[in-house]
Design a binder for this molecule. Structure first.
Ligand code: CP
Length: 310
């Protein structure tokens, strides 16, 4: 793959997409060995630039980089000269001068990763930009479904994405990748949290969504921090209308539906304690596969900096 950056799923060719997913299988094989490390990126440096909080993405990128033998630097925005008004261009040129090859960036502004990529020869990996995209989440999700169903494409499969769709970069990237792999996608949630126009069926009623016949129910967190005004009456009401309650879990289990969630989740809102532990819950597998998918991305990208070619 000759690509410098990973900014979203839409810009990947079919060949690039399948290569990233197929290599994820190889990467998972590496870290289930007793020695979980290969020398592939020895001497390279991965810079973590997180302007928004993260547990899974930041940690799994760090572990992925280290399993490929790269060095990792966590850039602490709070204690950096960004707080003295240093521009992003100045920050990034400074870091490139220190001969880093990769920058993993999360920012609340849609398009930030693309802007950054235009300023540097370092490979930029979008770890989430506003409501726009979260491509490595989509890659790990697609790998998780392929692995759980033991399939290479998702033709004939139905995936219901449920919850706060309008604020979700995960919904955007994950619906794109599932569709690219041949799945049918639908959205479910309160009308106030669904997009006004989408190429997918949309359900505002839980029973109608279940009647559609999903193979996978992909739950999303209600993103309180991105709402400027309340978009539904209460968390209790949301749980009653759309949450996977203990009662609804019985039907989900009887139908053999897989449950997924990108995390972090709001227990008692979109998901119950019982649903987290459900036997066909893929939530922990998603986290595990996050490391393999991110190893695959770091392995595939080609930085355009002198140190990479030296
Ligand atoms: N899924 C996800 O992006 O989680 P974090 O916010 O913890 O990275």
């Amino acid at each position: 793959m000759a690509r410098k950056d990973l900014l979203d799923i839409s810009s990947l060719t079919d060949e690039e997409l399948m290569a990233l997913l197929d290599n994820t299988v190889q990467m998972k094989d590496i870290f289930t060995r007793s020695v979980k490390k290969v020398p592939t990126l020895r001497g390279r440096t991965v810079l973590m630039l997180f302007y928004e909080n993260s547990t899974r993405t930041s940690t799994s990128f760090e572990i992925a980089a280290k399993r490929l033998s790269a060095d990792v630097t966590n850039f602490d925005i709070g204690s950096s000269s960004v707080k003295k008004g240093e521009s992003i261009r100045e920050t990034i040129e400074t870091l490139e001068a220190m001969r880093c090859e990769y920058v993993v960036v999360r920012h609340p502004m849609a398009g930030f990763a693309k802007t950054l990529a235009s300023m540097t020869g370092m490979s930029v990996i979008n770890a989430g930009d506003g409501r726009h995209a979260h491509p490595t989440q989509a890659l790990l999700d697609a790998h998780t479904v392929r692995e759980a169903m033991n399939v290479t494409d998702l033709k004939g499969k139905r995936i219901l994405i449920a919850g706060d769709i309008i604020h979700s970069r995960v919904a955007r990237s994950t619906s794109t990748i599932f569709t690219r792999l041949g799945a049918e996608v639908a959205f479910m949630g309160p009308g106030s949290l669904l997009p006004k126009s989408e190429p997918f069926p949309q359900f505002t009623n839980y029973e109608d969504a279940m009647a559609w016949g999903p193979d996978v129910m992909y739950l999303l967190r209600v993103q309180m921090e991105r709402q400027t005004a309340p978009l539904y009456p209460s968390n209790g009401e949301y749980h009653k209308l759309y949450g996977v309650t203990t009662e609804r879990l019985r039907e989900i289990s009887d139908k053999g539906i897989f449950l997924m969630h990108p995390g972090p989740f709001n227990r008692g809102v979109e998901i119950s304690d019982a649903a987290v532990c459900y036997e066909r819950s893929l939530i922990n597998t998603q986290v595990e596969n996050g490391v393999a998918a991110r190893m695959s991305v770091l392995y595939a990208l080609k930085p355009e900096v002198a140190s990479f070619h030296a």
